[in-house]
Design a protein around this ligand. Sequence first.
Ligand code: C2E
Ligand code: MG
Ligand code: MG
Length: 656
Amino acid sequence: MQLLKKQLSLEEKNQINHQVRAELIDHLYRGCLPGVISGVPASTAIFINFYGYSPLRLLIEWYIVFNSTLAGLAGLYFFHIKYKNRVSIQTWEWTYSLMMCACASLWVPCIYLMPNDLTRQFMFLIALFLITTGYGTGTIGQLKLCAATLNIILMPLILWCFIIKGGIVYNIIGTYSLIYLFFMIGANIRSTQWFKDSLKLKLENTLVSYQATHDLLTQLPNQRLLPQYIQAAINKVKNTQDTFALVCFSLNRMEMINDSLGHQAGDLIMQAVTHRLTALAAQQSKAANASEYVITISRKDTFNIIILPLQRETAEEKIKLLFSVLNEPFFLEKQGIKLTASIGVSFYGSDGNDDQSLLVNADAAMLQGKRSGGNRLEFYRTEINEQLPKQLELETDLHAALQNKQLLLYYQPLVCLRTNQIIGMEALLRWSHPTHGFISPANFIPLAEETGLIVPIGEWVLQEACRQTQLWHQMGFSSLKIAVNLAEKQLRQKDLIGTIQRILKETGFDSDYLELEITETAILDEAIIHVIKEFKNMGLSLSVDDFGTGYSGLSYLKRFSINKIKIDQSFIRDIPANYDSITIVSGIIAMGKELKVNTLCEGVETQEQLDFLKSKGCDFVQGYYFSKPLAANHFTDLLIKSQEHGAAIPAALSKA
Ligand code: C2E
Ligand code: MG
Ligand code: MG
């Protein structure tokens, strides 16, 4: 792998220097071993010197030396293991210094007890040189310690040779000892430098290669390592019945969060997601039918996860668990942020036999999920790659859609439960594609947001909705309010306020009758808060769309005098079967009453749901029970019929 050599920061250099010192301490410990071990023959030699040689004496001497050496080694080992991580480097240096100086000074009295016999004196000298060699190499990296111990050991001998003994032989021995002393110190200095340099180089290389293969924010392996991990997974399952999945887990809206709250906020979120993902992986690996999870990061908002082994039959349940890491909002200071993700999956074997094809296909599946509105799990299918050019084609077509007048607005009535009257309608965008027919906004709005086309499209929607409602007002339905959806990107559009003012002026539409729908997740930062305040100053109404699916704290409800909460249809869908949904919807309606904010339930389809919502005191409803979204002319018919009937007519009756 080609690694980039990069300049190390001061902090990294300090870190390396610290590690070098720690390694030297470790080396000192290991260095003590030759010191101690060389003491064994040396001590034996000295014993022989004093007590003479006989097999029995030798055995006793050997026994004493051997056992005391063993005891010394064991003591050293336990001291090292026990305190290695707890004691500071400085304490280590001091402890060893004292220990070694104490050992060295033990030899000193022997010099004064030197026997007169020249042969014995030579044996003694050999023993001393053995010991000094041991200490000299053992103290590499510790110059002061080396100089102190060598001096303690050799200086008495040198002085003894020159001053007490004198004569040619002893002068030669003294001179050699002196040279040997300097030589050992010089060797110590040289090898310390060499040792430190090579250690630094090794650590630097380790650090640089770590940095090249890891994301430093999350400390996860990056895409450089991913092919190796995939290959390892392939090797594991190759000749077995097992397979594994490569999951592409991509967070939605991260770009928006980075742009609006700053990269630091985005970084904190990425770290928090990493933390939750690794915790989930650890928990899943421990569970029954454990799978191994390998989590890597490939882009600023995308994780690649290998789940091994994983069977297709149980895959959906297991992979969907990944969404659960986003259940809880992420808190940045006091602000809560709710995130969603798009997940794409490819399987080894069926969707690819090598790292590249598995990666490309998982990515394509993820992209498909993202384009279909996000927050989805998509398994790779061959059609996805066939659809991809279609997606690109769709993107080009969307550019032309506005000019070619392929965009339409449909309207869905909003009904007041107290009066049973249609009080307004929501404008819902439709794309009548020349070859693909009607395309749902859920499919092309994400595309429009991604390409930025939502801005001109949104402007057209506002213009058209105001123009059409003005017509209905002129027809006599003068109390109708129009609700228009605003995408998050529109809220960040440069001159949104100016655009709305211009549209109101051009269409002659009164701002009192215009309601803007925003999602709670869009209320992210000061820039948006400023825009929302401006809306209120202009006299526009505000409603929170899909309430309950996002999270940003509830304080904004009062802070911006929100007019309406639109409870998401996912909660209404299971009423009356699901007790949780009943509790949630009742709770939100009660909260709305307390805060004096109107509540509207989306997706009302049945009489039972309507009865339940009436009993709870919900203010407004919207849903197929009354009408699906209709083209403007059909909506006019609906308005006329309802007026004749004196109330909003349920769809079933209206058809009859
Ligand atoms: P939304 O604003 O929550 O709109 C309500 C969606 O629920 C509409 O889907 C509507 O057709 C559907 N719906 C209403 N009553 C029922 C019901 O009883 N049962 C069921 N199953 N569905 C019901 P639609 O028209 O497909 O729009 C989807 C989303 O696309 C909208 O959700 C909105 O977020 C977005 N959208 C639509 N038009 C625009 C637009 O002009 N601008 C922007 N930015 N977004 C838009
Ligand atoms: Mg809406
Ligand atoms: Mg909605």
